[in-house]
Design a protein around this ligand. Structure first.
Ligand code: MN
Length: 130
């Protein structure tokens, strides 16, 4: 069984390190990108099993990067979870319209985070591949 690949897109170094620290004990292959353009490039090349996408990013924001990935046949099926400090209802709706599979609000719950992302790795992958 091969390790699932997760792409972490986060421009903030402290947040990026926190995500890596939380996920490192689990058997994932972890990739990182620091802006939206790099996220699109790495996702297109590596075809990760899950993308964790910060929304406020340099060069191309998380909404734009997700729209680009949804427009490509190679990457349109990849579950993308928004990491957002905005928990307002309109932000949630906006995120769904753009094509996110879900969102996790920041600051993240470090104890719940692993089980939160496992839901997207398992359930969403299955339903989209049916
Ligand atoms: Mn950011």
């Amino acid at each position: 069984m091969t390790a699932k690949t997760i792409l972490i897109v986060e421009d903030n170094l402290v947040n990026r390190k926190l995500l890596l620290t939380i996920l490192r004990p689990f058997a994932y292959r972890l990739l990182t990108a620091v802006d939206g353009e790099e996220a699109v490039a790495i996702a297109s090349q590596e075809l990760p099993d899950l993308i964790l996408m910060d929304l406020q990013l340099p060069k191309m924001n998380g909404y734009e990067a997700t729209q680009v990935l949804r427009a490509s046949v190679d990457t349109q099926h990849i579950p993308i979870v928004a990491l957002t400090a905005h928990a307002m209802p309109e932000e949630r709706q906006n995120a769904q319209q753009v094509g996110f599979d879900g969102y996790i609000t920041k600051p993240i719950d470090t104890r719940a985070f692993h089980s939160q992302i496992e839901l997207f790795l398992n359930d969403h992958g299955k339903s989209r591949n049916d």
